[in-house]
Design a binder for this molecule. Sequence first.
Ligand code: 13P
Length: 273
Amino acid sequence: MILQEKFRQLELEGSALLATNFYNYETLLGVLKAASAMDMPIILQTSPGTIHYLGVEMAAAMARAGLKAHGVEGWLHLDHAESYDMIKECLDAGYDSVMIDASEKSFEENVDITSAVTELAKEYNANVEAELGYVAKLGQSHQKEGFTKPGEASEFVKKTGVDALAVAIGSAHGFYKKEPKLDLELLKTIDDAVDCALVLHGGSGIPADQLQEGIRRGIRKINVATEIKDIFMATLKNEISSTDNIDLRQVFPPATEQVNRLVQKKLAIIKQA
Ligand code: 13P
């Protein structure tokens, strides 16, 4: 089933997909083990940074092979792309879904750039996600507010034909200094105004009850990245500092296992929504 169809199914069921970023074989493996253990579908995403690191062919092949080997239903998604060329490269390599992030440009520019991507994606029958509003990226201020406006969201979705829209409702990428509080009223109003799947970026550190209420109010995709990197690296550092073992096939698995546990917890939150 293509991702656009899956989103329509989730809309009827009132459920969502977890979208996890992976960075290397070990983080991918942790995610796949979790999805397999929970028997739940998953979106595997790579940022442009991961594409630069792994190469697009390797990223796509690893994800595909991993889904098959672990018997997991899943989709491969390009997260936060700003370049049309990279989007085309990923679609050519077999990505199911792409995000064009022109959220820091003007509304009109965002519409134009996103529309070019939706046109391109039609040739591949691929899913397109865009972003409207200010969701702080890593290192950007959490103070600045630029929540998505329902009227603009409606106009944006009609003009661009996107399948999924990332909304700014109080989440941010990276860890939070204080507990985030999503504007769930606004989320419901946006959901009533648009006819597409809504996406929550910055899923790390958002309490389970808010994620679940978010799903009830229209979120169909929840992105989690920072917590994966954090648990993986913290565990790995611990392993490395407590052993002289150079057999990396024995040093990496505890870190992969922690990713597995973390992702299972996130999937359980979605299952129980
Ligand atoms: P976190 O890194 O805050 O989990 O956000 C992930 C994300 O939204 C990726 O696009």
